[in-house]
Design a protein around this ligand. Structure first.
Ligand code: MCN
Ligand code: CUM
Length: 800
């Protein structure tokens, strides 16, 4: 064996798992060398501009294209009537519904796509769009989901008014999408009937938008001679988009190529298939030249995948010691005018049933009713792992409400209810089997780091002086890595993921994956996994994603699934290669395979360590004729990984806020975040993800909201109105970690990217509300903007 320092040196040179390797992709990004969809410029390309509806609900009586067609540079104007002959005026959604590509007889939300104007440049297209004359007859709009299913509510979706179901069970009203439930209602009801104490609260997750820096868009290029369709598109899930395009166009999937270049932020906004994409594709098919369509900021905020709009009611039942005996959570989900959000077929309400959180709750029941309203479609986006954000917000808020009612400390009540380390794998009363966790040490570490007892003493002193200080805790568990194909599919396609690795003669490696980075650093972290598994330096490992002609099939990057699913596929593919390399090494060293030990970057003969073959040497030999009898050349492998279970990362967060009772101004004084995502591949990238997710949690908790008036007019769809925190507003984040490996993942890793958002929002809310706890306040809805916090102070009469 080599001495330790030599070994360590070799290991360090690999820059494999555990190294805080700076992101490889940043060398391009910080020099302005990224290549985004709007950078794609093809010869003869036309520009598409969408004509959008000013009304939230209206019948289209007529569309007059004359003036637009006469406008300089305008080549064509497409409407639903033009798409009908090719049957492309409607398209399937990833939620099992259909959505109008261009409005067919009526519009169902403000800014809905009505027509596409094609012109020789972007300005001419915009001018032309302004000249399309649409005659609307306004209809009454439904904005409040609570009014959606009233008996006399106007029917939003006349196209499916008679359908008894839209993919997810019986509908009870034309504006009803589905009802989904989990758990044992009778058992939960019994727990409530027998409980010493019960609490109940209405809790809103308002409609917000992830607002990525780069808006959505595409360049569609159809070649008439070959029948080949190439679409450059900002998608988090290029293969799923290709499948949807094949389904809706009838073009063979082999003749469709979807290419996602660099993505300037996705955050779930770039999962769905949008009408603009399909309109641009049809436009290219019709005109025979490439067509570009890029959203404006206002288009993006008003029409593409928003998040949340979840109207929850939480109930907990407990004994006098605060041990929770029962949980009942219901939610009314506003999906807008079309059910377009991504969801696994069997989980139309996403993974909401993870709402028992980190707690051992014997009886639970949850139910989600989803309805149509005259608002833009969506609901699942924004670092959310399919409604986990809403679930975690509800349980983390409700446990505070319970603690308050019982007069038990908010850290103590969590400790009393945690699933204990020895209970894992732990099956929740709503049916999930959580892989691993170690909650109490994580909480204790955080409380010690912030001197929790000292903070509570300081709070008591401040309260005595009439000042407002709040301490928020969240001890959340996520569910990420969708998911096992036995329970998870989208449009029938199982949610496995893939990695193909090719090793070249001199030891360079190229890996191609079905996922798609939007800023998560995949080019770096997948290379690190391969570096460790194959003993080849990460610097020589190239990672490619996003081109469906090159990468093996996969469901893409969302729900923090890249590490849990594709990270595992990467390890498995690399291990297949290492096993072949072992055979070659055994052949070269004339020993049995079992006589070899793997050591960092080489195989050594047991008992005779001077005899060794490095991976680099084996790479070359694999491309010669000197191979074991019958073995083919090459060192390539592909793995399609079907995860046996989801992964359940967790964290313990503490937030301290100071509130000015005269103005409502709220300052996050301290935020301490401990995350546990099992084995950590790149600690620096994880920290970056956590900073980003916490900043987005701060945005949601403190200021983001998409308001509408009663006619469905959007009241805040520009960055003048919509809160995006900059470095000026953003608090300082302190991070920490524990490591509880995932028992079923080949590397022991869990996902992490969404945890800080999911765990951060309730932590900040809990802190704000805790500041008012001694005054009897149990809940305040987000966002906790200064005005709204001041209103609370005013209602309590403490602002004078
Ligand atoms: N990682 C690690 N060790 C772990 C887990 C993760 O080093 N145990 C690293 C991974 O290797 C990867 C990164 O952390 O480089 C995130 O990995 P993972 O948690 O698997 O999440 P995904 O890569 O699947 O990212 C998806 C997630 C989602 S769903 C949203 S929404 C979101 C988020 O990522 N959108 C983002 N973070 C974002 N960050 C940026 N910059 N831009 C977005 O659009
Ligand atoms: Cu839900 S936002 Mo991410 O899963 O793409």
């Amino acid at each position: 064996m080599g001495n330790m320092s030599e070994l360590q040196e070799r290991e360090q040179q690999l820059q494999g798992m555990g190294a805080s390797l700076p992101r490889k992709e940043d060398a391009r990004f910080i020099r302005g060398q990224g290549s985004y969809v709007d950078d794609v410029k093809l010869p003869g390309m036309l520009f598409g501009a969408l004509v959008r509806s000013p009304y939230a609900h209206a019948r289209i009586k007529s569309i007059d294209k004359t003036r637009a067609l006469a406008s300089p540079g305008v080549v064509a104007v497409l409407t639903a009537d033009d798409l009908k002959p090719v049957n492309l005026h409607w398209m399937p959604t990833l939620g099992g519904d259909v959505q109008a590509v261009l409005a067919d007889k009526k519009v169902c939300f403000q800014m809905q796509e009505v027509a596409m104007v094609l012109a020789t440049d972007r300005y001419a297209a915009a001018d032309g769009a302004a000249l399309v004359e649409v005659d609307y007859e306004e209809l009454p709009a439904i904005v409040d989901p609570k009014k959606s299913m009233l008996p006399d509510a106007p029917v939003i979706r006349e196209d499916i008014a008679d359908k008894k179901e839209v993919g997810h069970g019986p509908r009870t009203h034309p504006n009803h999408i589905f009802t989904w439930e989990a758990g044992d209602k009778a058992a939960a009801d019994a727990a409530f009937a027998n409980a010493a104490i019960t609490v109940k609260e209405e809790i809103l997750n308002p409609r917000v938008h992830p607002c990525p820096l780069e808006t959505c868009g595409c360049v569609a290029s159809f070649s008439k001679p070959t029948g080949q369709l190439t679409v450059y598109l900002t998608s988090q899930a290029p293969h799923l988009v290709r499948t949807v395009l094949a389904m809706l166009s009838g073009i063979a999937e082999s003749k469709i190529r979807v290419v996602s270049g660099d993505i300037g932020g996705g955050f779930g906004n770039k999962v769905p298939v949008y009408p603009g994409y399909v309109a641009a594709i049809v436009a290219s098919i019709v005109t025979g030249v490439p067509v570009k369509w890029i959203e404006s900021r206002i288009d993006n905020i008003s029409t593409t995948g928003f998040a949340r709009d979840y109207h929850g009611v939480g109930e907990l039942a407990a004994d006098a010691n605060g041990r929770i005996k029962g949980l009942r959570f219901t939610a009314l989900a506003d999906h807008g005018a079309f059910n377009s959000h991504v969801s696994a077929t069997k989980f139309p309400a996403g993974l909401f049933s993870i709402c028992t959180g980190s707690y051992d709750i014997p009886n639970a029941y949850c139910r989600v009713d989803a309805v149509y309203t005259n608002k833009a479609p969506g609901g699942v986006a924004y670092r959310c792992s399919l409604r986990v954000t809403e679930a975690v917000y509800l349980i983390e808020r409700m446990i505070d409400v319970l603690a308050q009612k019982l007069g038990i400390d908010k850290a103590e009540i969590r400790r009393r209810n945690f699933v204990r380390a020895e209970q894992f794998p732990y099956t929740t009363s709503l049916g999930w089997t959580m892989d691993s966790g170690n909650y109490e040490p994580a909480l204790d570490k955080v409380l010690k780091a912030v001197d929790y007892d000292g903070l509570r003493r300081e709070q008591a002193e401040k309260r005595a002086k009439g000042e407002l200080m709040g301490i928020g805790i969240s001890t959340f568990t996520e569910i990420v890595g969708a998911g096992p194909t036995k329970v998870c599919d989208i449009l029938g396609i199982g949610l496995f993921d893939s990695c193909e690795i090719r090793v070249h003669p001199t030891g360079g490696v190229i890996a191609r994956l079905g996922t798609m980075s939007q800023g998560q650093g995949h080019a770096t972290t997948y290379a690190q996994i391969i570096a460790t598994e194959l003993g080849l330096p990460a610097s020589d490992i190239v990672v490619e994603e996003g081109d469906t002609d090159k990468a093996p099939y996969g469901a893409g990057t969302w729900g923090s699934r890249s590490t849990p699913v594709s990270g595992a596929a990467t390890a498995q593919a690399a291990r297949k290669i290492r096993e072949k390399a072992r055979k070659i090494a055994a052949h070269l060293l004339e020993v049995g395979e079992g006589d070899l030990d793997w050591e960092v970057d080489r195989f050594r003969v047991k008992g005779n360590p001077e005899q060794a073959k490095t991976m680099k040497e084996i790479c070359m030999v694999a491309h010669t004729g000197n191979l074991p009898a019958g073995m083919e050349q090459g060192l390539n492998a592909v793995s399609y990984y079907d995860p046996p279970n989801m992964t359940y990362p967790f964290g313990a967060y503490v937030c301290v806020v100071d509130i000015d009772k005269y103005t409502g101004e709220t300052k996050v004084r301290r935020f301490y975040a401990l995350d546990d995502c099992g084995t950590r591949i790149n600690p620096m990238i994880i920290e970056g993800q956590i900073h980003g997710g916490l900043t987005e949690a701060f945005a949601v908790a403190m200021g983001q909201q998409m308001p509408f008036d009663e006619n469905g007019n959007h009241l805040g769809n520009s960055l003048m109105d919509y809160f995006l925190p900059t470095a000026v507003e953003t608090p300082h984040w302190e991070t920490d970690h524990t490591v509880t490996p995932c028992p079923h993942h080949p590397l022991g890793a869990k996902g992490v990217a969404e945890s800080p958002h999911v765990g951060g929002i309730p932590c900040i809310s809990n802190a704000v509300i805790d500041a008012f706890a001694h005054l009897g306040v149990t809940h305040m809805d987000m966002p906790h903007s200064a005005y709204r916090v001041w209103r609370q102070c005013h209602a309590l009469g403490i602002d004078r």
